[in-house]
Design a binder for this molecule. Sequence first.
Ligand code: NAI
Ligand SMILES: C[N+](C)(C)CC(=O)CC(=O)[O-]
Length: 495
Amino acid sequence: MSRIQKAACIGGGVIGGAWAARFVLAGIDTTILDPHPEAERIIGEVLANAERAYEMLTMAPLPPKGKLSYAASLAEAVAGADWIQESVPERVDLKRGVITQIDAAADPKALIGSSTSGILPTDLQRDMKHPERMFVAHPYNPVYLLPLAELVGGEKTSRAVLEDAKAKLAPIGMKGVILNKEIEGFVGDRLLEALWREALWLIKDDICDTETLDDVIRYSFGMRWAQMGLFETYRIAGGEAGMRHFLAQFGPCLSWPWTKLTDVVDLNDELVDKIAGQSDAQSGARGIRDLERIRDQNLVGIMQALKAGDAGQGWGSGKLLADFEAHLWSSAPAPAAADVTKPIKLADFRVHPSWVDYNGHMTEYRYSQCFADSSDALLRLIGVDMDYVSAGHSYYTVENHLRLLDECKLGDALSVDVQLLPSDGKKLHSFFWLRRASDNAVVATCEHLMLHVSSAEGKTVPPLPAILSELEPLLAAHARLPLPEGAGRHVGQKR
Ligand SMILES: NC(=O)C1=CN([C@@H]2O[C@H](COP(=O)(O)OP(=O)(O)OC[C@H]3O[C@@H](n4cnc5c(N)ncnc54)[C@H](O)[C@@H]3O)[C@@H](O)[C@H]2O)C=CC1
Ligand SMILES: C[N+](C)(C)CC(=O)CC(=O)[O-]
């Protein structure tokens, strides 16, 4: 798989700082150049928020963080980098000058992406010696969570470079989409610009205030867009007759006065004051980093919900997250051979904000999640990986008994150990302990029964020999351990 080995971020503001966080959290050493006197503080805060978001996003093993360094010159920043991301302010002269300097200083094979929101790559690559490796990689804020980059080539960009860029984004959890042709504003900002223009008119004309406008989006079509975009949503809106009926019904509205799109609102001081004032009233009670954390937690929740979409296959950005996690698991170093003379440690967890319920404790189903993720880890340990599953075999859970013994609080570090109980043939019977790292207290246990299945035939079958050769020594070793306290219990109720 094509991978970025070392990254450079030229410009470390809202977008450059978040690109740096994306790279560093994917294990890529990254150098930043930004003349802002407080660049290190600002980027440090963005990285801290990004790390917090990743702790919530996935239990898959992230690689060790890449090294983040700050350069004093452009030449120092790009030295040794094979992906250079330009994210300086949106001015064509400034960007073209910076990109031309990057071109002169960098390895001629290094890819150069620009974060521009709408400037044509042809205009940016004009003065380069090696323009074929320059393209737009337009991200969305926050870059460390939203996975899309629009990849746009200019007249001199090589198609192979765009394909390479797309391939290099996949292992850092991003989806590169290559546009057929360059156009100002690309696809995303063309769409956002249309909405933005209308929104400015609606505020200027006192149709509603900023909070009402945001409510209209977030309680309605904003929720649809996150999972089906526009055309798939409107296909459904056409009912059984689908898209043709939708077009027939709503096509005429296009010529009704439903838009002021071609008129540009005059963004004069009065309108700026009005919007800024309403925005302060709407959101001013919270600081920007606080708002970022709320946004990130919500985005993580959406992606996790979408990961379970389409009957567990994953949908949209949730499918991408599932693929990213599969990549992380397959790239993780093989665990050190487990000491089978005692219960085996399978996984670590941390109680993050979305796990806490109205009682201020880890909510019930997160205990189950810890055990479910740990049973996946047990399966990986005995060789039941995604290749084995794709080839048509797996284990399915058929029964478990969960005991919740103590509260877990926000931020608690937790871990799970397993002991295999006597199992034969198609059965895999195990006992898990969930422990709190701070005092090693057992906060929950789970007794678990899985059956080995042929998913193609839809019936239970014995595991294949490769699995049995991993499983049998473990079962033999754990047969010598005492039966765990609580094993074999049922829900006991005094009568
Ligand atoms: N803010 C957003 O929502 C998005 C912005 N973008 C694009 O990303 C680019 C950067 O925008 P933001 O990060 O929002 O701006 P920003 O103002 O937050 O950051 C720009 C940074 O560039 C630094 N800078 C200025 N001149 C420089 C130079 N010669 N060398 C190195 N650093 C320099 C500044 O000190 C500043 O920290 C723009 O092209 C913008 O269109 C793309 C997607 C979303
Ligand atoms: C406002 N903006 C044009 C800079 C927005 C973008 O380019 C993408 C985004 O994150 O919305």
